[in-house]
Design a binder for this molecule. Structure first.
Ligand code: C2G
Length: 131
């Protein structure tokens, strides 16, 4: 079984997230998503609308996702790749090159981001529309 992993906050799930999850799953048979904890989001200077528990539940309901684990810090990726016996690490290409150190442990794939959609954009448009 070919196992794939990807990481992210995945707040206010949108087509960009679905596109990366679908393509990540296409790279193997089993997709693990490491979703950023609320504490790690603070380290990433991100304020998620939904809590970790809610973002985890939403991801678990997506058909491409087989398992959801927490992402607590930047340094857990090598351990995760070894612990979960990962074959392919996938991220959007806004992270191009950032995780190449994982190449000695697994395949590293950066996939194109979906243009024109982001959680930040959604929040901004909603707040300007509805005040
Ligand atoms: N993404 C995308 N297209 C978008 C928006 C996001 O392909 N329009 C991808 C990102 O490239 C990333 C994934 O969706 O691979 C999750 O995006 P975020 O939730 O913004 O995750 P991020 O804050 O980049 O966290 O350790 C890695 C970090 O946790 C990544």
């Amino acid at each position: 079984m070919k196992k794939v992993i990807t990481y992210g906050t995945f707040d206010l799930i949108h087509m960009g997230h679905i596109n990366i999850l679908r393509r990540a799953k296409e790279r193997g048979d089993y997709l693990i998503v490491a979703v950023s904890s609320d504490e790690f989001n603070r380290i990433k200077h991100k304020e998620a609308y939904y809590s970790y528990e809610d973002r985890k539940m939403i991801l678990e309901a997506i058909k491409y996702v087989d398992e959801v684990i927490p992402e607590h810090d930047w340094g857990q990726k090598v351990k995760d790749v070894q612990k979960y016996d990962i074959d392919v690490f996938v991220m959007g290409d806004d992270w191009e090159g950032e995780f190449d150190f994982l190449k000695e442990y697994c395949e590293v794939v950066y996939l194109s981001r979906t243009e024109g959609v982001s959680t930040t954009k959604t929040k901004q448009e909603l707040s300007s529309k509805h005040g």
